[in-house]
Design a protein around this ligand. Structure first.
Ligand code: SF4
Length: 316
């Protein structure tokens, strides 16, 4: 609710940090139990920062994050440690997110030991169970990360996130570094695990074709702000914010009749996040901008049954 993360940068003559990057700037959203909520937008729009602030991996500048009614940023360290079991993250890069010096068994055992899962024998059994869950053989527990392919490593990253039976998992560009065929396998695995373990996902990605297959609802971010939220069907078939419309039209389609149709292109520069314009942040790229767009920033409000931040939403 009203979540912001600003990074102070630059130093003035007096040694003060006098500029800020508004990575996330007043974002409010709800995520419902057992859904997949996709957060989309171009690189640098603040989606990864938002995911990390939501898990309290980063501190916030303003706003609140409530998980089942509890304000996460207000919890003391021990209450937050207990909460961590329920809130997990799968990182983008399966090559960088696993410690190359640790065997898979130790990588999976680490979060179990942190949360005092049980005896070493019980931990070993749980590690085997986790590999079963992600479709890898238990005999691989003694191996090191470099002995696995990218897709297998991402399965191990998923197994590590699931070690303490979480309820809410942030998948931060979790399939972006994988080949398309491997991507499909990992997405199927995530879907099966969601079903089986009743998980809720926040799925952060810039890849809209993945969102279309995988998400229940979508939030579109532009320069630290949420500009539109809707079901996947609404966002893809009837985008209301001009930025959403441009993102959707850039998704390649396997349809020969579509090939020669002209696609609307995004033109104009993205404003600097340190020097945002007054009014709508999308105005420099928006073909529909009018005078009011340069003076008043549109709030995310109900426009025809869906939250949209635009003075002139499309299709209304
Ligand atoms: Fe375009 Fe104006 Fe809507 Fe911004 S508020 S997206 S500039 S029409």
């Amino acid at each position: 609710d009203g979540l912001s993360k600003h990074y102070p940068i630059g130093t003035s003559f007096f040694g003060r940090r006098d500029q800020v990057i508004r990575a996330v700037d007043g974002v409010s959203l709800d995520i419902y139990e057992r859904e997949t909520f996709a957060l989309v937008g171009e690189s640098g729009c603040g989606k990864t920062t938002l995911g990390r602030v939501m898990l309290r991996l980063l501190d916030r500048t303003a706003g609140t994050v409530r998980y089942r009614g509890q304000d996460l940023h207000a919890l003391n360290d021990s209450a937050m440690r207990a909460m961590r079991k329920k809130l997990q993250i799968v990182f983008q890069d399966p090559f960088a997110s696993l410690n190359p010096r640790m065997r898979i068994k130790d990588i999976l055992a680490e979060p179990l030991r942190t949360h005092r899962f049980g005896t070493e024998a019980q931990i070993e059994e749980r590690c085997g169970e986790l590999l079963d869950m992600v479709g890898l053989r238990r005999t691989l527990l003694r191996r090191y990360p470099h002995q696995f392919s990218g897709g297998q490593r991402q399965r191990i990253g998923i197994a590590r996130a699931l070690a303490n039976s979480p309820e809410f998992v942030v998948c931060d560009e979790a399939v972006s570094a994988l080949d398309v065929s491997i991507q499909a396998q990992v997405l199927n695995l995530l879907r099966d695990l969601q079903e089986q373990l009743k998980l809720t996902y926040l799925f952060i990605t810039h890849d809209l074709s993945v969102v279309r297959q995988f998400a229940d609802r979508v939030g579109v971010m532009f320069l630290g702000r949420m500009v539109e939220v809707g079901t996947t069907e609404e966002i893809f078939s009837n985008p209301r914010h001009p930025y959403t419309m441009f993102l959707i039209s850039a998704v390649p389609r396997a349809d020969p009749h579509q090939r020669n149709r002209e696609k609307p292109l995004l033109v104009g520069d993205i404003p600097s996040p340190m020097n945002l314009p007054t009014g709508c942040r999308f105005q420099t790229r928006c073909p529909y901008a009018q005078a009011i767009c340069r003076t008043e920033e549109p709030a995310l409000s109900d426009r025809g049954g869906r939250p949209v931040a635009c003075h002139f939403p499309l299709g209304l």
